[in-house]
Design a protein around this ligand. Sequence first.
Ligand SMILES: Nc1ncnc2c1ncn2[C@@H]1O[C@H](COP(=O)(O)OP(=O)(O)O)[C@@H](O)[C@H]1O
Ligand SMILES: [Mg+2]
Length: 232
Amino acid sequence: MPVKIINSSQIKTKKNLNVIIYGAPGVGKTSFCASAPKPLIIDLEGGTLSIMDRNVDIVEAKTVFNVKEAIDYAVSNNYKTIVFDSLTRFSELLIESITSADKKTKPQVQHWGDLVSKIKKMIWELQGKDINTIFTCLEKESNNDDSLIKRPSLTGQLAQAIPAIVDVTGYLYVTQTGERLLSINPTDKWYAKHRTTLPNRIVEDIEPDFKVLSQRIFRDSNGGELTNHRQA
Ligand SMILES: Nc1ncnc2c1ncn2[C@@H]1O[C@H](COP(=O)(O)OP(=O)(O)O)[C@@H](O)[C@H]1O
Ligand SMILES: [Mg+2]
């Protein structure tokens, strides 16, 4: 069969997002996740006290199997967002299971490769079902030339691969005046990114709310004017 060519204009307008939110403990990563449309929060670290009164569904997961069950449950019950809180813990469980399935005690290079493929496949499958995925992650500081730069704390090949797959890597931080902000632009102090249908444009740091983020990313494809949520 010949390769199938489609014109870029035929691509179905994408409306879901794959996001990593990273930052220090307590900045509000889990709270951000609770603002996403109909989320199922897969709680891998027992860090959901802060969203007790947010009326969102949480499922505790202690094993890779628990996570698989949670994903199946979310898909068959029309959840719009699946949250992995945190990717740090999820990737630890996944690499342990991949390594022990291969009867090794320490992860080998190919195990990291398997881990990346599994996570990619999972994101793509959920994207095909129109489900947003959000991964939370701690931050770490690493050397970038002569200065220190913050990036998601991920091990092995994940550190390169995951930010490359997602639409948004957002850095969540608290300003000196105590305001919580989400940055989706890289700076000389932190790594961040966002993918839109538009050429790279400057986006200001935003209120850590999924709807605000989604509006920034899709504003022109929705043809809508921006509304300022801070004044609302
Ligand atoms: N946007 C926000 N505005 C004010 N307080 C917030 C906000 N987001 C989180 N918090 C508060 O900060 C604390 C930590 O939030 P949490 O979401 O658990 O952080 P993290 O998941 O990054 O550790 C909680 O007490 C929570 O109520
Ligand atoms: Mg948390």
